[in-house]
Design a protein around this ligand. Structure first.
Ligand SMILES: [Zn+2]
Length: 479
């Protein structure tokens, strides 16, 4: 008697990401029951073994684990395209929008960004935002897997807008303490919510953005609760300058002395870290998140990811924010990561397609501490998976012999819009490109309306216009 299961996906070009490569199975199948993968193998075998409530014929599709985006600031989708192509992106372009972003505008950005990422095959979203109402609730409704990090800093309410370039930022320690307490309450409410689909992390915004006492307090809380710390580290010359002025040390050395370098730390960017510093951090067990698109656009830098990995470190990919990337799409990150590193090394053998695909799946999952649950298609893991339509013109022809071209085409030729179906924890969230859990048109309309209102508030605040580099470009007809 065949075993009853919920879903059987058959006839796929199956990439399990098991083993050391991509784990390809021709004419492959995946069996799903109670939100988990119960079997993976050849279609002929699974077809005989199971009786499914629903059978999905994935002929002409690649079947992959859902993609991991380990670093997003989803609220910034509300200001997509207003901050790039300038020096000191944060202070000279983004901060005026930050000052005027209301909680409603931020939530509208989150909704838009989640839809955007989901439609491009991202099933695991690590969002990092200043807390606002409705944020986690939206993830619960959307059905995606999320690791949520409320952002903690001691910056004054006005943020960085108006601060003199290069001056030490003033700390508002009371504000930081309140954010720590709000994070604690958030973690208690949401860590493990939605049957474990939603989890949380601690999130100091950067070692330069709150006091040493508060950094130590957060480290102790994270240790007590067994949670990871998601933090921007060495994220630019602005931060290094602050650290040298404040503590007389570069960030990696400072964090080593503070006891922050271990497997609990998810270090985002390492933009300004040297290869030696990156290797030292990797050897400590710390994990790295690489945001190739955003750091390329806002800094013109390729972070020392290769040195980090060569020292044994685990690396996940992140899309960062839509103002200064300007998309949240892991297909884009895979391609840019491969290209930027080849170009920097002047070597086409550097970062081959299969390796960046592993960073977007199994390696990324391990880096964020979820390697036992997601990142590959294997028995016992969560059924988080995507089907990519290989009949799209840009993915045609599909060849399997003597050379299989699917993985290179997924990395170098796909845009993400070929993702056809998305499943998380056994539930289909998108079918044939239609998002089933959310009203896409309403999400887009709300984002457009909130973005226009935000722009109007920035336009009316002439006190900020002097520091907005892109206003000059507007006047000169360049935008
Ligand atoms: Zn970031």
């Amino acid at each position: 008697m065949p075993e009853s299961i919920k879903t059987l996906i058959i006839h796929a070009h199956l990439f399990t990401m098991q083993g050391d490569g991509v784990g390809y199975i021709p004419d492959g199948a995946v069996a799903v029951k109670d939100g988990r993968i119960v079997d993976v193998g050849a279609t002929s075998e699974l077809d005989a073994r199971y009786q499914a409530s629903e059978t999905i014929n994935a002929s002409g599709c690649a079947l992959l684990p859902g993609l991991v985006d380990a670093h997003m600031h989803t609220y910034w989708a509300i200001a997509r395209g207003v901050a790039q192509d300038v020096g000191n992106w944060m202070q000279a372009a983004l901060s005026p929008y930050a000052r005027h972003a209301t909680p409603e505008a931020k939530l509208a950005g989150t909704k838009l960004n989640v839809v955007e990422a989901l439609k491009a095959g991202t099933t695991m979203m690590m969002d990092y935002v200043p807390l606002y109402d409705g944020w986690a609730e939206f993830y619960e409704k959307a059905g995606v897997r999320a690791r949520l990090t409320p952002m903690i800093n001691a910056l004054p309410k006005t943020g960085m807008a108006g601060l003199k370039l290069g001056a030490l930022y003033p700390y508002d320690d009371d504000a930081a303490q309140m954010k720590i307490e709000a994070s604690q309450a958030f973690i208690q409410a949401w860590h493990g919510a939605a049957d474990g689909r939603i989890t949380a992390m601690w999130g100091p915004q950067g070692p330069d953005m709150l006091s040493e006492d508060h950094l130590i307090q957060i480290k102790k809380l994270a240790e007590r609760e067994g949670l990871m710390i998601h933090m921007h580290v060495a994220q630019g010359d602005r931060e290094m300058n602050q650290m040298l002025k404040r503590y007389g040390a570069r960030t990696p050395e400072y964090l080593a002395n503070l006891g922050y370098l271990d497997e609990q730390l998810l270090a985002v960017h390492l933009t300004e870290a040297t290869d030696e510093e990156a290797a030292m951090m990797a050897k400590s067990g710390a994990r790295m998140i690489l945001c190739s698109g955003s750091i390329g656009i806002i800094d013109g830098i390729v972070p020392p990811m290769r040195a980090f990995r060569e020292a044994g470190g685990l690396v996940a990919l992140g899309s960062d924010q839509a103002s200064g990337n300007n998309v949240n799409n892991i297909f884009n990150e895979m391609k840019l990561t491969a290209l930027f590193n080849k170009i920097m090394a002047r070597d086409p053998e550097v970062m081959p397609a299969w390796e960046v695909l592993r960073m977007a799946t199994i390696e990324g999952a391990r880096a964020i501490g979820l390697g036992d649950k997601i990142g590959s298609l294997e028995k016992g893991k969560q059924a988080d998976l995507i089907l990519v339509d290989l009949t799209a013109p840009n993915l045609t022809p599909v060849l399997v012999d003597p050379v299989r071209n699917i993985v290179p085409n997924l990395v170098y030729a796909a845009s993400g819009h070929e993702v056809k179906t998305v499943m998380v924890a056994g539930k289909i969230l998108m079918r044939d490109r239609e998002v089933l859990t959310l009203d896409e048109a309403a999400v887009q309309a709300e984002a457009q309306e909130q973005a226009e209102m935000l722009s109007r508030r920035v336009a009316e605040d002439s006190s900020l216009h002097g520091q907005m580099a892109l206003m000059a470009a507007m006047e000169e007809g360049r935008l």
